[in-house]
Design a protein around this ligand. Structure first.
Ligand code: TMP
Length: 408
């Protein structure tokens, strides 16, 4: 889907950066079958009115979220703990207002967050378009429907179950191109004193760390407080709080409510002031980000080529969807990286999207002991350093590209 205009304001987008042809971030290729791989032109644009940084073209949602979706949230222990904490703080919030709260989660994946509500017998409903992961959620007792969310579906949910006290979403809203319809749906779902909380990778962190790998087919938007505030104003909801999170390399949790219902926190007022002074509302900031991205690419290519010249073996660590952007933008292939280690069973034995680097098990990584591991899951750095002490002790080196390209 090609959008030369902003998906919220309808105004023409200012083009920021062209990443060239990219495959799907999660489009792992079966090693022994010949399939025609899908590629699209990945470019980002900025709208000075809505202040939204967004993909200009995005593949149709059915290509990305289907019954072979390769991302299972529960693969990271740290994320599991994060979602437990999120559930607990959200539960406190709704119990203030409701005795028998009803909680809706958009994009509940395998139930990693909503399970904390279902375990406590809280009325809940998960909405998850990818059937395979929705099945996993239902298996652990999380009531889940497998559909794409829309304002129309919100009406049907209200008819069947009534309005919600809490609407939550984690790493989902930034995936949805028709975001105005979703915002409208949330407004319909929320009780008059209900709250919506969602978190997504934060644009402020992406700019600060040049973490351009947050840009791939599934992330149609990179949000800031400024753009979230503007978006929800269109449907009568107000941004009343925002809290920075360390997950996914820097995220923001936004809290929304019906306009005028709750006061705005000092925290969100300060965050918005900081975004304005850091230029998040101005196109020129994104043009300098584009230059930083090109420099980061040149440095990573140079670093890998130097390591290879010294005769070192280099492997990727974690076949993240983010790595697809790095590999295809930098044109890093199997002649550069011998393999990528990953713990997700459905990815093991496949080839990485576009560049076709073999994805191997973690046992394979331990057996091969490459000289250098390129840390694609840089957002899980503490967890990984903790469990890879042997690799590091035995002289294994880590290469990262965030916030700067360097050997750790
Ligand atoms: P994410 O950054 O999008 O959460 O990517 C998670 C991917 O990284 C998933 O394919 C599993 C993989 N992974 C590992 O292989 N080893 C690890 O220690 C961690 C934390 C993730």
């Amino acid at each position: 889907m090609n959008n030369q205009n902003c998906r919220v304001s309808g105004k023409p987008l200012e083009k920021i950066l062209d990443f060239g042809l990219q495959p799907l971030g999660n489009g792992f290729v079966p090693a022994n079958k010949s399939i025609k791989e899908y590629f699209y032109e990945m470019q980002i644009g900025f709208c000075p009115e809505s202040r939204l940084l967004q993909l200009i073209n995005q593949p149709e949602p059915e290509r990305m979220f289907h019954d072979q979706y390769a991302f299972f949230s529960s693969t990271s222990k740290r994320m599991a703990q994060h979602f437990k904490d999120f559930a607990e703080s959200a539960l406190k919030l709704v119990h203030v207002n409701a005795t028998d709260p009803f909680v809706i989660e958009l994009g509940c994946n395998d139930g990693i967050l909503l399970r904390h509500f279902s375990d406590r017998k809280v009325r809940h409903l998960g909405i998850e378009p990818s059937e395979n992961v929705a099945k996993e959620a239902n298996k652990i007792g999380v009531d889940t429907i497998s559909q794409f969310f829309s304002a129309k579906l919100a009406d049907q949910i209200v008819d069947l179950h009534g309005q919600a006290d809490l609407f939550i979403a984690a790493n989902v809203m930034c995936h949805i191109p028709d975001i105005l319809d979703v915002a409208f749906g949330i407004q319909k779902l929320l009780k008059p004193n209900g709250v919506a909380q969602f978190e997504d990778p934060y644009l402020g962190d992406v700019l600060e760390k040049t973490s351009y790998d947050q840009i791939y087919d599934e992330h149609v938007f990179l949000f800031s407080c400024l753009s979230v505030e503007h978006l929800f104003e269109q449907v009568g909801l107000e941004l009343v709080d925002a809290e920075h999170q360390s997950t996914h390399g820097g995220s923001m949790r936004y809290t929304l409510a019906h306009k005028g219902k709750y006061p705005k926190s000092n925290r969100v007022i300060n965050l918005i002031a900081r975004e304005i002074s850091n230029g998040l509302g101005e196109a020129k900031t994104y043009h300098s980000f584009a230059k930083n991205v090109q420099n980061s690419r040149d440095q990573l290519i140079g670093m890998i080529s130097n390591l290879k010249k010294q005769g070192m073996s280099v492997a990727g660590y974690a076949a993240t969807s983010k790595s697809t952007t790095i590999l295809n933008f930098c044109k890093i292939g199997p002649e550069d990286l011998d393999f990528i280690s990953d713990t997700t069973p459905i990815k093991i034995g496949t080839l990485s999207p576009g560049m076709h680097i073999p994805v191997k098990s973690h046992d394979f990584f331990k057996e091969k002991k490459p000289d250098v591991a390129l840390l694609f899951a840089w957002n899980h750095v503490e967890e990984i350093m903790g469990k890879e002490l042997d690799f590091t002790k035995n002289g294994g080196k880590w290469l990262t590209h965030v916030p700067k390209v360097k050997l750790l």
